[in-house]
Design a protein around this ligand. Structure first.
Ligand SMILES: [Zn+2]
Ligand SMILES: [Zn+2]
Length: 224
């Protein structure tokens, strides 16, 4: 290889390295209720997990899921037991982000205080206070490898999600999705995932909304 070609090759590698600083592949897997396991291979994000299996007639899952996970974050919307169980959480040993009503019940897990913007390894988390009865409840916007993930939680508010631009993946309950459609508004998000349902279902008018079965997954790659 002559010198110019060598330089060109080196430049191409550098450009690829710079471009990939925020690139990555995220793998998503549905556990049940509002619980997803999302990983880039190094860090794992759990949403509303571990919860109490079968609580209030909602979904069961195998307790083999409840094991120590290194470098994991459990992101919890509120303290209802179909979203969070302090005993099981201790066994996962995840770092927790959640309302004080949740972090106040922890024993053995570390937690990060709620701030306007929270950082955990390569994730940035923005909590958004939303209503769910009298409970302390947060929806979350997570930015990870350049992807914007939005989790509604159990809120009945739909306006919080409508105020966020450029959502890549929206995790939304059937009731919030229906509320948005009732206003004749499009459901935001390049990809939309319906969660907290009791099994098979469809969302007429939602376009390509995914209504996952337990264990279903998908992958997204960012290459910037
Ligand atoms: Zn709830
Ligand atoms: Zn719930």
């Amino acid at each position: 290889m002559n010198r110019i070609l060598k330089l060109a090759a080196a430049a191409a590698v550098l450009a690829a390295a710079a471009g990939s600083a925020d690139a990555g592949t995220l793998e998503f897997r549905f556990i049940g209720n509002e619980a997803f396991e999302i990983t880039d291979g190094e860090t794992t994000l759990f949403t509303d997990f571990p919860y109490r299996p079968g609580y209030a007639g909602y979904m069961y899952y195998g307790l083999r899921e409840v094991k120590r996970r290194a470098d994991s974050l459990c992101l919890i919307t509120h303290r209802h037991l179909d979203h969070f169980d302090p005993n099981l959480m201790k066994r996962v040993e995840c770092t927790v982000v959640g309302p004080e009503e949740v972090t106040g019940q922890l024993f053995g897990n570390e937690f990060l205080p709620l701030e306007e913007e929270i950082r955990f390894r390569t994730l940035t988390i923005r909590p958004i206070r939303t209503q769910h009865g009298e409970l302390e409840h947060y929806s979350y916007l997570v930015t990870w490898h350049g992807l914007k993930l939005f989790f509604t939680g159990d809120t009945t508010d739909y306006d919080a999600v409508m105020r966020v631009d450029g959502i890549d993946v929206l995790f939304v309950t059937p009731w919030v999705a229906r509320k948005i459609l009732k206003q004749d508004l499009p459901i935001p998000g390049k990809k939309k995932v319906i969660y907290h349902h009791r099994g098979r279902g469809v969302m007429p008018g939602c376009g390509e909304c995914l209504w996952p079965k337990q264990g279903d997954g998908f992958q997204l790659t960012t290459a910037k």
